[in-house]
Design a binder for this molecule. Structure first.
Ligand SMILES: O=P(O)(O)OC[C@H]1O[C@H](OP(=O)(O)OP(=O)(O)O)[C@H](O)[C@@H]1O
Ligand SMILES: Nc1ncnc2[nH]cnc12
Length: 170
């Protein structure tokens, strides 16, 4: 089974000139979903992880599954105005726009080992903003884990100094 067969390109979504990597076929297929989840877990290796941080929305697909496999908690990073309790914010740019991300202040304790997970690493703007949020809370970033990395956008250059783990490269 080839994961690439379950990822489709959608031209000009969400805006002109963007080729969108749609992973819903991979999520819909029970065997592929299970295998992708296991493969993402294996990418993490032997690290001890306290918290998996996933970003809204597509970091929520695999983030909690990874957390249970790693015996860790799950922390959502959400877009502006969605989190109810005390939080900190970070603005950022991504491949097709700009936005604000937020995290609850009490979600990570100082010195906790954190794995960041998202579906796609494109320009790295989103992941870099999440790294900044976690470090402002005193978290120790162990690695950034992605289902897909768009190599031609060089997103990992925005994540210098962090381990970047990606299952699929385009
Ligand atoms: O590396 P970057 O250029 O920052 O882009 C990557 C981000 O873009 C997508 O999220 P999007 O903001 O589209 O939100 P969604 O998950 O709610 O669809 C994707 O899920 C990543 O979070
Ligand atoms: N080309 C792309 N496909 C899917 N998700 C993305 N997030 C940022 N760029 C993306």
């Amino acid at each position: 089974m080839d994961f690439n067969d379950y990822i489709r390109d959608i031209q000009d979504f969400p805006q002109q000139g963007i080729v969108f990597k749609d992973i819903t076929p991979l999520l819909q297929d029970k065997e592929t979903l299970k295998k992708a989840s296991e493969a993402l877990f294996l990418l993490v290796g032997e690290h001890r992880i306290d918290k998996v941080v996933g970003m809204e929305s597509r970091g929520f697909f695999f983030g909690p599954m990874l957390a249970t496999k790693l015996n860790a908690g799950f922390v959502p990073v959400r877009k502006s105005g969605k989190l109810p309790a005390a939080k900190i914010s970070q603005s950022y740019n991504l491949e097709y726009g700009t936005d604000i991300l937020e995290i609850h202040e009490d979600s990570i304790q100082k010195g906790e080992n954190v794995l960041i997970h998202d579906d796609v690493l494109a320009t790295g703007g989103t992941a870099k903003a999440v790294c900044q949020l976690i470090e402002r809370l005193g978290g120790n970033i162990i690695a950034c884990n992605f289902l897909i990395e768009l190599d031609f956008l060089s997103g990992r250059n925005n994540l210098n100094g962090y381990e970047v783990q990606s299952l699929l490269h385009y």
